[in-house]
Design a protein around this ligand. Sequence first.
Ligand code: E4P
Length: 218
Amino acid sequence: MKFFIDTANLDQIREAQELGVLDGVTTNPSLMAKEGITGRNNILKHYVDICEIVDGDVSAEVIATDFENIIKEGEELAELHEQIVVKVPMIKDGVKALKYFSDKGIRTNCTLVFSAGQALLAAKAGATYVSPFIGRLDDISTDGLNLIAEIRHIYDNYGYETQILAASVRHTMHVLECAKIGADVMTGGLGAITGLLNHPLTDIGLEKFLADYKKGNE
Ligand code: E4P
């Protein structure tokens, strides 16, 4: 399973990259705003800065919601850097744009997906990635992981190549369950990745190994 980090914070992206397990980055307009990145030129420059830190795909989201402007914006984003994947919302003009980009060889991430039907449409339109938001479904008492399983089942039935990018991942259990189901990618905060490191028996075991070494080598 590929690990993406869901942030526009350069320090956190660097930290995940240095850990050696990062495969890409997802951003969205809220995450850019959280980092205080505003104004078109600053936003475009920030995407390039992110691409220069990581080796993998970097999702950059369009703001437009009509076909013509989604295309214009998406093409501008795709030209910024070869690692850019154009993030397009799951709306009618978005689906048309996914097909357009797919025909032109521009890679896409279909975002704001909350149902298996939406994921099926995204795959038929040729999206590179589909992003079901599991945490936000959990927030409204709907099983987000079940959606990942439904999409996996449907895509496997027909051999769709669209990669399932489990988004809105909030904690390590989401990561593990997504891995068991067979999501292709997960994106979450730095804590969802580094949290996988932790186990109290590891800490206790290491402390004992080091103490025993010290006893025998003093
Ligand atoms: C996905 O690409 C989105 O940026 C993200 O995962 C949304 O997560 P949130 O529900 O934690 O905002």
